[in-house]
Design a protein around this ligand. Structure first.
Ligand SMILES: Cc1cc2nc3c(=O)[nH]c(=O)nc-3n(C[C@H](O)[C@H](O)[C@H](O)COP(=O)(O)OP(=O)(O)OC[C@H]3O[C@@H](n4cnc5c(N)ncnc54)[C@H](O)[C@@H]3O)c2cc1C
Length: 394
């Protein structure tokens, strides 16, 4: 069966939904079809490693929109339908059910978790990206005492904090010197590691995982390169995600750790990409960048809609992400490189509340807030200015 539509959005999550909503807000009256590989109605991922894993929210609360609201958008939504190939010239997507041709195609397929060899063969050894993953890990934690989190990035740190708050004995293993070091820089990563350790999380940092032990197909231990084994009941692997572009192989699109797009999120004539899957070229620097954060998914979805509608300037927003761990809200505007120079702008790390500025090559590249959301927002305007603007601020 072949069907034709105005806009086909592939991926029914944050970026895809933001595109659809912005199109309708902008007066787009043509049919919009949205397909999503998961059988769930669009839901939000940030609560999965926090409220859903802890049990504070039932899974339903993570839904992005109510059924009634989705109906007002008049979308033709097909869940549990996967795109399999894309023909750029005819703007045709072959799915596992049919062929859909469209005036505009929006690629919003996000990313999938990176896995370790042998991971999928063992029980109680989890990946973590979807609502299903969150429910499955919570189910296993409810009758477990020990959890090993493989991964010292944002997701690993959040899962560790949530699980520890549930009373689980948690060990985090990862190659970095501090938790989230590549996102926070060494100093703040050290504060975060201290926060985790003070709450009873065990850390095995600077460590490499080489395999798993099991008994009757159920994981029982994590083996480290130094010969140690961490005995455990449950393991979650959170070692990053890769853009979901497998279905685009052979399409002729430029795919290089994401769908490479210009500053308007255009990948080819009539084809855009948005969210975790998109690698966007910065209009001033020419550098391409893929951003895995929630705000970016919405902003790029809105930018794609504006381009389809023929309105609005290209979006080159400052990257922003947040993370909640042990009641601490961490917010980062801009990007912190490991060699960036940090200066505290307000508050004090020892008091558990501060705002820091980061400078690189004479320019402020990022502002970080640690339990100081309002103050952190106030300082974000410093990004792109020179260091003298950052120093000595009380
Ligand atoms: C557990 C977790 C916690 C997070 N917490 C935070 C946070 O605290 N702060 C923050 O800033 N960011 C956070 N993020 C990141 C943020 O959620 C993502 O950046 C955002 O979800 C990206 O949205 P997206 O729509 O681009 O991709 P996704 O949310 O990955 O959605 C892509 C959708 O496309 C579907 N799909 C994939 N392939 C196909 C195909 N071939 N055909 C059809 N459909 C397909 C997938 O099933 C999926 O539903 C978190 C992410 C996770 C996983």
């Amino acid at each position: 069966m072949t069907v034709h539509t105005g806009v086909l959005i592939v991926g029914a999550s944050a970026a895809g939904l933001a595109t659809a909503e912005a199109l309708r807000r902008g007066g787009f009256g043509e049919p919009i079809t949205m397909i999503g590989a998961e059988s769930q109605a669009p839901y939000d991922r940030p609560p999965l490693s926090k409220q859903v894993l802890s049990g504070a929210w039932t899974p339903d609360r993570a839904r992005l929109r109510s059924v009634d609201f989705l109906e007002t958008l008049q979308l033709d939504i097909a869940l549990g339908e996967s795109a399999v190939t894309l023909d750029v010239a005819s703007r045709a997507v072959q799915t596992d059910r049919r062929i859909i041709t469209a005036e505009h195609i929006v690629i919003a397929t996000g990313a999938r978790p990176r896995e370790l060899p042998g991971q999928s063969e063992l029980q109680r050894l989890h990946s973590f990206r979807s609502l299903e993953d969150a429910v499955a890990l919570r189910g296993d934690l409810c009758d477990a005492q020990r959890l090993v989190v493989v991964g010292d990035g944002v997701l690993g740190a959040e899962i560790a904090a949530t699980s520890r708050s549930m009373g689980i004995d948690v060990t985090v293993v990862g190659p970095q010197a501090g938790l989230m070091e590549s996102q926070l820089g060494p100093a703040t990563a050290r504060y975060l590691t201290e926060l985790h350790e003070a709450q009873g999380v065990r850390t095995r940092l600077g460590a490499q995982v080489v395999g798993f032990d099991d008994a009757a197909g159920r994981v029982t231990g994590v083996r480290l390169a130094n010969g140690d084994t961490l005995d455990t009941d449950v393991v979650v692997v959170a070692i990053g995600a890769v853009p979901a572009t497998d279905w685009l192989s052979g399409s002729g699109l430029d795919v290089d750790d994401g769908v490479v797009c210009d500053h308007r999120c255009r990948a080819a004539e009539g084809i855009h990409a948005a969210g975790d899957v998109a690698r966007i070229r910065d209009v001033t620097t020419g550098v391409t960048q893929r951003r895995e954060n929630r705000t970016n998914a919405t902003e790029q979805g809105i930018a794609v809609a504006a381009d389809i509608l023929g309105v609005g300037a290209p979006a080159t927003p400052i990257s922003y992400f947040w993370s909640d761990q042990f009641g601490t809200k961490i917010q980062v505007d801009g990007s912190i490189s490991c060699d960036a120079e940090m200066s505290v702008l307000e508050g004090a790390p020892a008091d558990g509340r501060f705002v820091a500025g980061y400078q690189c090559d004479g320019v402020v590249t990022a502002v970080l807030g640690w339990n100081m959301p309002k103050q952190s927002r106030r300082h974000r305007g410093r990004i792109g200015t020179t260091p003298s603007d950052v120093e000595g601020v009380a």
